[in-house]
Design a protein around this ligand. Sequence first.
Ligand code: C2O
Ligand code: CU
Length: 526
Amino acid sequence: MIARLVRSRLAIVASLAVLGTSCTGGNSDADSTDPDVVGGLSPIGAENETAAQAEIRASLAGMVESLYLPGTPNGQVVEVDLIAAETTIDLVPDAPTKVWAYNGSVPGPQIDVPLGDTVRLTLQNDLASPTSIHWHGIRVPEDMDGVPGLSQAAVAPGESFTYSFTPPDRGTYWYHSHTLGSEQLDRGLYGAIVVADPAEADLFDVDVVWTIDDWLLGDEGQIVEGFFDNHVAMHHGRRGELLTANGDPENTLRVPPGARVRLRLINASNGRWYDPDFEGLAASVIAVDGQLTSAPVALEDVTLAPGSRLDVVFDAPLTPGVHRVVDAAAGPPVTIATVVVEGDAASARGVPFEHAGVVPNWADAELLATDLELRFELGIDDDLFSRFRVNGRSYPDVEPVQLVQGRFTKIRMVNRTGLLHPIHLHGQFFKVLSRGGVPVDEPFFRETVLMESEEVIEIGIVPSDTGQWLLHCHIQEHADAGMATVAIVRPAGAPLPALRDLRAEHITAPLTEPEGDTSGEMQQLP
Ligand code: C2O
Ligand code: CU
């Protein structure tokens, strides 16, 4: 038995080497660090900056001064009660699938919040497991952010917790468990939250959310258990073949001819990413991660990475018809959902949708030194299991990165693994500055960026919200395997706050040996 365990772990290690992954363990600072890069706990210093550079830095920060302000509560409250409990839903014929759900459905109820309203939401935990909710992409006070051990203690079985916040930015967001994500997201604990700007109401005839997930079902339509083992952790998480939009494998949207449709796509999958293709519909992207773009974005130029959102707009054709929306990310296209154009025509809009996002051009960031570096790599721990490292450490053993509110900061992210990673930062938005050393000017902000294997990406950020924020891979199995760190944002001039004892309330999934012999499969996985 022991011999088999060791052998199959070595098989994993060997295949990671095939994937081009460094898996020598530990830190390899020595070969990567620029003298002008400060990481970890070293204070961010502008000591070596010339006056001209300091001026550029200030002007880059100035370009976003009026964006990402604190929310202004209008006094209205959206009250929500969510009960997390086990239930069944229909995914396959004649075999109800056991899931964990909010208020009995997957996704949980869509929460609509007019911009300016305050959300007051009580989570009642009727599961046998601790849980918590994170408001993905919404800038909330740090004690409402839902990360056990960092923002709050997880809500124990039988207990409840009230979340209260005023979302400051309009857009498409989602909420999901942030406890034992590899299991709890996979079982169905997520839902959409839309912060609607009343000023946008007349721009669309149809405005709907599609929350997309993939399901790995086994016998009698039940979710395959064993959510977190060293095999899924060292690949791209669990991948299911059954796709659903809004919990429905055959989701159909009926729209009148000529209607202007806004589709808010949310990727709630643990690890699968999507390249949505709208057959016969001229669809383009108008918002990424909830934030409006400043120009049209082609669907081919973006990926719906785990955690992220794409808002898409199209004008339905004047001829009735059926249009599949398929995922073209890998292999033969798979239907995500269907758009049926039928009924009486809507009055045509004539003018194209106007892109209202405000997004600075930060090309001058090239003239600045990198402020800090985040290296993502693999290492093998004493128990012989591989885990991910950020700057040499696996969560919750982190060395936080420091950011200063209002200061333009350039971060280099280095993926030293052969895997893809959607890197997500809580509490702030950022912009990609370069990929593989080539400058890019994306017309949008993000809070999640999908890194290709071995890729180096630079991002620019002007931190807006002070606090201690999780930065992690959104492939749930990667995050549970240590791929997370903390970004501390403090006001300029303020001392460094004490780092929380992340271990005290942290909840981990035990890493286990995969069942059966998985060594043969390794090579075929992406
Ligand atoms: Cu949806 Cu910490 O993430
Ligand atoms: Cu990852």
